[in-house]
Design a protein around this ligand. Sequence first.
Ligand code: ACO
Length: 325
Amino acid sequence: MSRYSRITGTGSYLPPHQVTNANLVTQLAAKGIETSDDWIVERSGISARHFAADGVFSSDLALEACKSALQAAHRQPQDIDLIIVATSTPDMVFPSTACILQAKLGASGGAAFDVQAVCSGFVYALTVADALIKSGTARCALVVGAEIFSRILDFNDRSTCVLFGDGAGAVVLEASDTPGILSSDLHADGNHVDLLCVPGHVCGGAVSGKPLLQMAGQSVFKLAVGVLETAARAVLEKAGKTEADIDWLIPHQANIRIMQSTAKKLKLAMDKVIVTVGEHGNTSAASIPLALDHGVRNGQIRPGQTLLLEGVGGGFTWGAVLLNF
Ligand code: ACO
């Protein structure tokens, strides 16, 4: 009998402190930096985002998302034999945020590691977990996206600091006799490292370089629109499906205009796209599982539906996963 992997529960968590565009406009104005709610909404679709409090780490946000996903899957931490955390804002240089999360969950013994593919991280992590389950290496996995991007934002750069937020999302992915994940498609082009990066590193006990996010927004935008269409078509083809089979598109939540453009290219109405960017901002690796859990909990996404998840981000990385929910 073939062995597949299937999502059996979803969860997510946003830190309680919501920062509206109006809050940011006031904060930036105090430094002489001009922005407006109109500009942010019109260019990105973002109205608000959440920022984690001092002393809270990505593993803390991940823990809350995982507790909720485990409850939805009727699983206990002891059932978990694999944890993959997609993050670009780990708690420490090492060990991995996944190991720290494992300890906080009280689920020791299984494999645990992080995946670093920036905003494509969750799609990468889900693909790796699927492969480990299909190969028989793991049986019940937690796949998580968790980020605290507020700590790597340059609040003197109005073109980036208004776009990102903090949060976490998680799924329980289990071995199954029936197909859940149908196909995956992952890519990277390291020639575009400079387009979107945090060019800092730790050296001799100090931070060297500039450990704050910088992005060539327009170039990223153009690349994103092209690769998201290609990745979507690739997973559909691999699974022998067409755009008409998609019940929900759950794209990385970076910019409403990128999502609208992708939907148009795939001939999907926007009412088939889960959109959370307005209230969450861009939460990088956390954005897809946050949007997925949002859609599940508000009743939009139902069991048996076909979901297309896709992400694009720094690296340059991109990818998609097609699945039966
Ligand atoms: N408020 C007011 N004006 C602003 C702001 C701001 N916050 N930021 C920039 N501007 C100004 C610029 O200075 C520029 O002014 P100028 O014309 O006088 O020079 C003008 O607005 C237009 O700026 P653009 O950069 O051309 O604006 P654009 O329409 O391209 O939108 C944005 C910028 C939102 C960043 C867009 O390019 C984008 O979404 N890019 C893609 C981001 C993305 O998808 N990232 C994905 C991965 S994220 C990850 O991996 C971590």
